[in-house]
Design a binder for this molecule. Structure first.
Ligand SMILES: NC(=O)c1ccc[n+]([C@@H]2O[C@H](COP(=O)([O-])OP(=O)(O)OC[C@H]3O[C@@H](n4cnc5c(N)ncnc54)[C@H](O)[C@@H]3O)[C@@H](O)[C@H]2O)c1
Length: 375
């Protein structure tokens, strides 16, 4: 199955998303790459099989330069950027060449960043291999590398020319990896698409329902592009709680797992403040359970530290903590004339204290269990 559609995302820039579920990568169109003299393949070094399959489809290209990368968070650094740029320079990479990136969000992020700055930008083709990559990291032109202390500190907005999404690549990813992707996709459903939530409700973990997965990806990409045009920070639903949990756990909890329980807390806060109706709240929780998203927090969480991290969130203003709260599907709540709902530290702390004491959210050794049970 091959589906190709274009999306004009940033002003005039068109991106072509190719969706495929064929074993032989039938949808991969070598002809799209004809215009380039040299192609630099930046790939996750663990994914030699996928890379070989792609190379088999590129037999017409004589000048292919391979740059293997380790898909670990620390590869998103200025040091690695300099390493890759050095390789491009030594091989006389010019504006007539392109970077083709194969991997999950880690490799896509650094590849995108390099493509955006080398000679003020050379063409970029993305071949994402994780659900997070196919739904999220390829779709809004956000490229980034980490600072010494802060994740995603530096970045640029730079769209790929083509994205080739083959859902077959996901068959070898772990449950843990799929859950992180589903968590982000679910968030986009809440923020902008009843259709996406319906598709997610029909999602089956046990069957390889590639048709449904392709529909999910297409709808996610559409919502993401739409939201990105309205306000990039709107996609921060659940992030005020989620980021604080990531920091408080010293990144022991993965991003998607932190965000899904962050969304749960945001929904409970919305309910407490009578923003969301109880029957919608219940429906959302039902889908979260069905998707097996993380809805718990490690018992060791330090509430004081967590709230202090929330005070430092980019949506907070130094005095109050800022939240994206949901009123309805696609409708967020805002304080009058402000982008977010602002609440003071004491209120948020009490809310968390009460929620933790009366609901079954805290679980012993939960962060470790999440990793162990998800191979
Ligand atoms: N730019 C964006 O908009 C954006 C959006 C979401 C996430 N991200 C970034 O993405 C990164 C996380 O990326 P990720 O979760 O996609 O994974 P990843 O690139 O970190 O890879 C995780 C693991 O999965 C393995 N892997 C990748 N594809 C595989 C496959 N098909 N089969 C088997 N194993 C495979 C990798 O080798 C690695 O061990 C983070 O750095 C995050 O900041 C960026």
């Amino acid at each position: 199955m091959l589906e190709l559609y274009s999306s004009s995302i940033i002003d005039k820039q068109n991106v072509q998303f190719i969706m495929d579920d064929s074993e032989n990568l039938n949808g991969f169109q070598d002809s799209l790459l004809k215009e380039y003299n040299q192609i630099f393949i930046l790939y996750d070094q663990e994914l030699k099989n996928i890379k070989s399959k792609i190379l088999n489809k590129m037999k017409n290209h004589k000048r292919i330069i391979e740059i293997p990368l380790k898909a670990i968070e620390s590869i998103k650094s200025l040091k690695s950027v300099s390493y890759v740029i050095d390789k491009l320079e030594k091989n006389n990479c010019s504006k007539s060449d392109a970077i083709l990136s194969i991997g999950g969000g880690t490799v896509l992020d650094i590849s995108g960043f390099v493509a955006s700055i080398y000679m003020r930008g050379i063409d970029l083709i993305m071949i994402p291999t994780t659900l997070m990559g196919q739904a999220d990291a390829c779709s809004a032109g956000k490229t980034c590398v980490n600072g010494n202390q802060n994740k995603n500190l530096m970045g640029s907005l730079y769209m790929p020319k083509y994205v080739y999404n083959n859902v077959r690549f996901l068959e070898t990813t772990s449950n843990h990896s799929m859950r992180q992707g589903l968590s982000e996709i679910f968030k986009y459903g809440l923020l902008g698409s009843r259709k996406l939530l319906k598709l997610l409700n029909e999602y089956s973990h046990d069957q390889k329902d590639n048709k449904n997965l392709i529909s999910i990806l297409k709808e996610t990409i559409k919502v993401r592009i739409r939201l990105r045009k309205i306000d990039p920070l709107i996609s921060n639903l659940g992030h005020t709680f989620g980021h604080a949990l990531e920091s408080e756990s010293k990144n022991e909890v993965a991003h998607g797992d932190a965000i899904s329980v962050g969304i749960l807390l945001s929904l409970k806060l919305s309910l407490q403040r009578k923003k969301i109706k109880k029957d919608l709240f219940d429906k959302i929780i039902y889908i979260m359970n069905k998707l097996r998203l993380n809805m718990n927090i490690d018992e060791s969480v330090n509430l004081e530290k967590m709230v202090n991290f929330m005070m430092k969130d980019k949506k907070s203003n130094g005095k109050e903590i800022g939240f994206v709260l949901l009123k309805d599907i696609g409708v967020t709540d805002k304080t009058l004339n402000k982008k977010f709902l602002f609440l003071n530290k004491k209120y948020v702390k009490n809310f968390l204290k009460n929620t933790f004491s009366k609901d079954d959210i805290l679980v012993k050794n939960h962060w470790k269990k999440l990793i162990k049970s998800s191979s």
